[in-house]
Design a protein around this ligand. Structure first.
Ligand code: MN
Length: 236
């Protein structure tokens, strides 16, 4: 294994622990990275709690979201989220799927949209779309993205956005790098909390699409600061 690849595996393990530290993931949720040498493959931990993932737990998945290299360890049921979004979105380099609690309300109240309320979450753009799994799995599903068709339907709901809410389930966030996906997953949760608080006070003034775009561009240059802080907080 090359040094660069070993470093990437260690960073994915770190990302899992950062997201757990921030309460974005708990026993559930996952973070993946597109394979740097094989763009139709991706790297994702075996099925386990994110806070305990190490570099040795990372598996490689092919374009159909099935494990390659004869790896028979148990994979996440919802790995199709990652595989189908990587297929649909060439710009997606990393993906976080979680059930982070402040996001869930915005997936279940159709009259309210998750929108950027402050500059740190400009990536929310004009607001996050909501994926309704009943479209494709009927009224009796367990809400999980269990196959390629459901993954593709979720990717279609995501469209060109960065964040998609999943009704009655959670959310999925994409980034142009691992650091960006982690940043967005954390700040999407923060935004949801602030938005819910603001709505209790009165009518909310959201970022315009132009402000959101400009803030997103600025924040791309600040990812290292956040990553370095968050890494130090988990004691690596
Ligand atoms: Mn899930």
């Amino acid at each position: 294994m090359s040094t660069a690849h070993a470093t990437l595996l260690a960073e994915i393990a770190t990302a899992n622990r950062i997201l757990a530290h921030h309460g974005v993931v708990d026993a559930f949720g996952h973070v993946s990275v597109r394979h740097p040498e094989k763009p139709d493959h991706f790297l994702l931990a075996r099925s386990m709690a994110p806070g305990t993932v190490t570099a040795d737990d990372i598996m490689v998945f092919g374009p159909g979201s099935e494990a390659v290299n004869g790896d028979e360890r148990r994979p996440y049921l919802e790995r199709y989220i990652h595989g189908e979004i990587y297929l649909a979105r060439p710009d997606a380099i990393s993906i976080v799927h979680s059930h982070s609690p402040s996001m869930v309300p915005f997936g279940v109240v159709p009259s309210v949209k998750l929108r950027p309320v402050f500059h740190m979450s400009g990536f929310l753009g004009k607001g996050a779309p909501v994926f309704e799994i009943r479209c494709c799995a009927g009224d009796d599903s367990d809400l999980l993205i269990r196959n390629r068709a459901l993954g593709a339907a979720l990717a279609k709901s995501l469209g060109e956005d960065t964040t998609v809410l999943m009704r009655g389930h959670g959310s999925t966030v994409v980034g142009g790098s691992l650091h960006e996906a982690v940043y967005r997953a954390i700040y999407a949760e923060v935004n949801a909390k602030i938005q819910a608080t603001s709505m209790q006070l009165g009518d909310v003034t959201y970022l315009t699409e132009g402000e959101a775009q400009a803030a997103m561009t600025t924040n791309r240059g600040q990812l290292a600061r956040a990553w370095n802080l968050w890494t130090s907080q988990i004691g690596t």
